[in-house]
Design a protein around this ligand. Sequence first.
Ligand code: GLU
Length: 282
Amino acid sequence: MKSKFQVVMKSILAAAAVTLFAGATEGTVIHADTVKNQTYDRIMKTDRMNWGVKGDTKLMGLMNIKTGKLEGFDVDMAKEITKRINPKAKVEYTQITSGTRVPMLLNGNIDAIIATMSITPDRQKVVDFSQSYFNAGQSILVKKSSKYHNVKQLNTPKARVLAVQGSTSIDEIKDFAPKAKVVGLQDYATALTALKAGQGDALTTDNGILYGMAAGSKTLEVRGGTFTKEPYGVAMQKQNPKLVKAVNKAIDDIKSDGTYAKMAKKWFGSVKGMNWKELAKE
Ligand code: GLU
């Protein structure tokens, strides 16, 4: 039996851990103090899996205000992966942003993230990733009337570039156009509104996300090709090797049984300018 001291110490440590995670931001090196395979065991026991998905990213994860439902490629992937891990499990979604997704995962608010999230060495210090399921790359979105045609031209103090906090895009643009003024916004909906309102000369993030924005607009276009590689992965808390294995197996199955190609065609097949076969390629 545990002594009273052990019980008290455990709750103090747990409270400290919650406080730490609540303050965690992307890039902070904190290892979740979980019991091994806790998330996986809970998904199997409760028959529920809660995913962090985007609500501001058309084609990938978007809140459809007409239906009140989240929709997109990542949302469908979450459903298909869950079905293969635990066929009885109910799929639940929580809206996250690029800035909130890692703290939400480490806090235990969500079981996994599937939200246009690139696998990077920095993030791998904090979370574990599945294999990559999508090959995006960073690009720029501008007004068709813009004089900027590629990222190199944005490398001037005159250029204002919009990006989203917590994304790899905001760090990368500082490398590729160090002279530009970079404005970090809360989410992609805000960044798109700012671009349309002329508050920035370009919006930078992954090409797939930008094509989703351009698809809904007559005045915007994606330009200049990609200048980084952004392989998307499912992020999970560390200490969950069973979950990582199950997600990887699910992705393999989704690809080999034709589900993946069907979903990619459904979401990206008719998007002008987007070579979805390239993005979805291994
Ligand atoms: N894929 C990039 C990232 O993981 C940009 C997209 C996003 O903000 O989610 O940060």
